[in-house]
Design a binder for this molecule. Structure first.
Ligand code: GUN
Length: 287
């Protein structure tokens, strides 16, 4: 039997709909949440992602702007731009689009963002709060995965969750979020021995390794929920995830497609984080 599809685009629309009341409350205080994306250079994938984020802001009724810097700019210029945005009251959220051109230190730059405006949740202050179970801003992609699971009615408490990939952006924060929700979590990576032994135990299997075709049907327990965070291009240039969708779909209970799964939810979480940032600044209670 074919797995049920988790429709990320439809679930993201639910997130936007739920923001309506919060945006109206902010508007009542004269506040429109504002997001500034800093884009350095012209990475083609980043161009697409940044455009999607801008469109989502516009559709949701947020103020947004892109601040472009050339690929050969120096770090002091970037840090000065970030410092200026930190001090700008109408800018509630700041995001520096990654990857950065060679020669720029992504860590130093993301750590320069005011933690209260760090809607990506990459600042160590926010990552530390997540470790302590007192999250302020959670990184958008893992937060999107949690929102997908919640909205699709997938039980998390007591489940066995296996994550493929240990990045600071997805794998590690997602492991914390799942543990905070009482799942039993295994994080697998390139040095994991006998990967299949781990993945076959998973009630929830999250692929975030960035390798097309990594997850095959033989690696998936019948009825498992499979969440595909991967965004890769196959040989013909088609967008594919980390999961061999056609075969895994025959084994899994539920599965996210690529595109149309995690991607739209990631953007929705960025919008939600920006609204949250504005609410905190305005002293309006959100959720
Ligand atoms: N590039 C790819 N994913 C992300 C993300 O979540 N945030 C930022 N800032 N850049 C990215």
């Amino acid at each position: 039997m074919s797995a049920g599809l988790i429709d990320g685009a439809a679930l993201a629309r639910e997130v936007y709909a739920a923001l309506g009341d919060r945006l109206r409350a902010l508007a009542g205080q004269g506040v429109t949440p504002g997001l500034v994306v800093v884009q350095i250079g012209e990475d083609p994938a980043s161009n697409v992602y940044v455009r999607n984020k801008m469109r989502a802001c516009e559709a949701a009724g947020l103020r947004s702007a892109v601040r472009q810097l050339p690929a050969d700019c120096d770090e002091a210029e970037v840090l000065a731009l970030v410092a200026g945005l930190n001090a700008e009251p109408a800018t509630h959220g700041i995001l520096v689009q990654l990857p950065l051109p060679a020669g720029l230190d992504a860590e130093r730059i993301t750590q320069a963002i005011d933690p209260a405006k760090d809607v990506d949740g990459f600042n160590w202050m926010n990552l530390g709060a997540l470790v302590a179970g007192r999250a302020r801003f959670e990184p958008c992609t893992p937060r999107g995965v949690m929102a997908l699971l919640g909205r699709a009615g997938v039980p998390v408490e007591g489940s066995r969750a296996v994550i493929l990939g240990r990045s600071n952006i997805v794998g590690k924060p997602l492991a914390l979020m799942l543990v905070n929700r009482s799942a039993t979590v295994t994080v697998c990576h390139t040095r994991t021995r006998d990967l299949e032994r781990h993945t076959r135990e998973a009630d929830i299997l999250v692929a975030a390794a960035g390798r097309a075709g990594l997850v095959t049907a033989a690696m998936v327990k019948r009825g498992a929920t499979v969440i595909d965070v991967g965004i890769n291009r196959d040989a013909s240039g088609k967008l594919v995830g980390d999961v061999d969708f056609a075969s895994v779909r025959e084994v899994a209970g539920r599965i996210t497609p690529v595109p149309g799964g995690v991607g739209p939810m990631t953007v929705a979480m960025l919008i939600e984080n920006t609204v949250l940032a504005a609410e905190r600044t305005a002293g309006v209670s959100g959720s």
